[in-house]
Design a protein around this ligand. Structure first.
Ligand code: 6GU
Length: 240
């Protein structure tokens, strides 16, 4: 089955963009996944092809009209199997690897990209859109966020990523950041590779890598470390 992404956007020419390159692009050409972009402007009904209007209550910027966005969403929904529909917004739930794994386990995604101040909230409610952010900073639109989210998904599809990376030993797969990597030369500018990696003792190498992954996670991401350390215990209170 082809994993299908349908993107609803004012900038359809941004897709597949970088995802047409490298392993994602190869996977696309092999039919492991597919992408179609729906131009929101094509669903405007007036002769000026208006997609936005001023916000009720006043304030800066423009808001994307619910009727126009909903018509574009309807076309995207009709273009494939029943899939989760996401609205990319900095107000959304912050994307993590567990969410990516869930998305990949399904038949694909519908991705609504906002521009301006965003989309009229009623279309988000009416279509049951899941609001997703890619991090705590602000982009000028949802399109780069959709590309990031799709990259994270597509690389996990069977037959997309190379045999070298199976996706189990990488950063975030087990809730830890990855250990550091080294290759030849063994001495470079007076800097030696950690000797254990040259020892040929596979169990010792595995132990060192595990310890490094834990140390780096503890030092750099205490938030991830706390979750990792607590994940085998039952939650003491309901998680919201
Ligand atoms: Cl999904 N959209 C925008 N516009 N900015 C963001 C974002 C999304 N995620 C982080 N920043």
């Amino acid at each position: 089955m082809t994993w299908q992404a349908s993107v609803v956007t004012l900038f359809p020419e941004m897709f597949p963009g970088p995802l047409g390159q490298s392993l994602a692009g190869k996977g696309l050409r092999k039919g492991r996944w597919a992408i179609d972009a729906f131009d929101i402007r094509g669903f405007a009904t007036d002769r000026h092809r208006t997609v936005d209007d001023t916000p009720f209550g006043g304030g800066a910027g423009m808001v994307m009209r619910p009727d126009v966005v909903d018509a574009a969403l309807a076309a995207a929904i009709a273009a494939g199997p029943e899939r989760p529909a996401l609205y990319l917004t900095p107000r959304g739930r912050v994307l993590d690897q567990a969410m990516v794994r869930d998305f990949v386990a399904g038949p694909g995604l519908i991705l609504l990209c906002g521009r301006y101040e965003g989309v009229d909230q009623r279309v988000v409610e009416a279509r049951g859109l899941l609001e997703v952010s890619i991090g705590d900073y602000v982009l000028s639109g949802g399109e780069p966020a959709a590309l990031v989210l799709l990259d994270a998904c597509v690389r996990l599809l069977p037959g997309v990523m190379g045999a070298a990376e199976s996706g189990v030993e990488e950063s975030h797969a087990d809730g830890l950041l990855e250990y550091p990597h080294y290759t030849r030369p063994a001495d470079w500018q007076g800097r030696a590779v950690p000797p254990v990696l040259l020892s040929g003792h596979h169990a010792e190498v595995a132990k060192w890598r595990r310890a490094e992954a834990e140390r780096i996670t503890r030092e750099r991401r205490p938030d991830l470390w706390a979750r990792h350390a607590g994940r085998d215990r039952a939650p003491s209170a309901p998680c919201v």
